[in-house]
Write a protein that binds this ligand. Structure first.
Ligand code: ACO
Length: 330
């Protein structure tokens, strides 16, 4: 028995935040942002739109494209660092309610930008161990709700959106998720964090005054570790599966920064046409970035049934992971 990537769906909020808009907000320029990150626009959720609203929209599409009834979903794993509610209930529970799915196992995971790949690892194990049959895996973020629009080192990067996939049982090896790797190194916990509001610094006037509830990032240090880890991770998973970059149809990395993607792509010798790029239009949407990119490739007819996707991600924690996945949507 194998787990297969049965479908994809995504949701992008309507409102765009351009580099020119950001020039009016912080000391930055369109030129700097494009040159250092490759980002041109990012989409920002409406004030009343939540992470679960966006996740719901993406999930509806994924379930429809999977050709199953919503009641066949027996688990929902939702990756996010911007849940509707801090602590509880989980955003996955809210999505289940919006989809009118009763009785499924639902929970959120926190692995920052690696959340979608981590969720895939769990969905694969749940299915291969015969614990679950159809797992809805979602990456959804309203990063605008935890971004400080006075901090130019973070606000130019992040955007909002959601992506979802249905992972289902199959007997056909040609449709299988071949392998997933997921790892971390907590020594680097403070390179990317939201310091306030947890048990270490519970919410207080002081944490609010010190703006401790926003994402803080040591961008340059993170960058250096990201390029190294993302490259090593791909080499490892390809070697473990006796594959080379030539066997991969689509390289779909986390969309954090064009320079990071370009470094890894050229080092691993993936041709440009095999590399999926959405960072220019969506920015970095953390756990939503990879499923949004898969959806983009699919809707642009750049991804078809049977293609071998190589996913590669890196994020706060620090966490990282990669996956070799056959695209099994018919
Ligand atoms: N506009 C203009 N200048 C800026 C801006 C800006 N928006 N931001 C920083 N600068 C300045 C800095 O102040 C610095 O100025 P100085 O030389 O006078 O001190 C200069 O630009 C260079 O700053 P760096 O931080 O070295 O810039 P860098 O080229 O590293 O780019 C960036 C910054 C885009 C954040 C990059 O480091 C990056 O992409 N890092 C990795 C992000 C990542 O992968 N995160 C993990 C996933 S995210 C997650 O898990 C939620």
């Amino acid at each position: 028995m194998f787990a297969s990537f049965k479908s994809i769906g995504a949701y992008v909020p309507e409102k765009k935040l351009t580099n020119l808009d950001l020039e009016q907000m912080v000391d930055t320029s369109d030129e700097w942002i494009k040159k250092r990150t490759g980002i041109e626009t990012r989409h920002i959720a409406d004030k009343n739109e939540t992470t679960s609203d966006m996740a719901y929209e993406a999930a509806k599409i994924a379930i429809k494209r999977a050709g199953i009834n919503k009641d066949e979903i027996d688990a929902i794993i939702l990756a996010t660092i911007s849940p509707d509610y801090f602590c509880m209930p989980s955003t996955a529970c809210l999505v289940a309610d919006k989809l009118d799915i009763k009785g499924a196992m639902t929970f959120d995971i926190s692995a920052a930008c690696s959340g979608f790949v981590y969720s895939l690892a769990m969905a694969k194990s749940f299915i291969e161990s015969n614990f679950k049959k159809n797992v809805l895996v979602v990456g959804a973020e309203k990063l605008s709700s935890i971004t400080n629009y006075k901090d130019r080192s973070t606000c130019v990067i992040f955007g909002d959106g959601a992506g979802a996939a249905v992972i289902s049982r199959t007997e056909d090896k040609n449709e299988a998720i071949l392998d997933v790797s997921a790892a971390s190194d907590g020594k680097y916990y403070d390179l990317l964090l939201t310091p306030g509001g947890g048990s270490k610094y519970p919410t207080s006037l002081k944490t609010l005054e010190k703006e401790m509830h926003y994402i803080k990032m040591a961008g340059n240090e993170t960058f250096k570790i990201a390029v190294k880890t993302l490259t090593e991770d791909v080499v490892e998973i390809l070697q473990k599966n006796n594959l080379s970059s030539k066997d991969v149809d689509k390289f779909i990395p986390h969309q954090a920064n064009y320079r990071i993607i370009e470094y890894v792509r050229s080092k691993l010798k993936f041709p440009k046409e095999k590399t999926v790029l959405t960072v220019a239009k969506y920015g970095n949407t953390s756990s939503a970035s990879i499923p949004m990119a898969i959806n983009d490739a699919y809707e642009n007819k750049n991804l078809k049934y049977g293609d071998l996707m190589l996913l590669d991600t890196f994020g706060g924690g620090l966490t990282w992971g990669s996956a070799l996945v056959k695209f099994a949507m018919k």
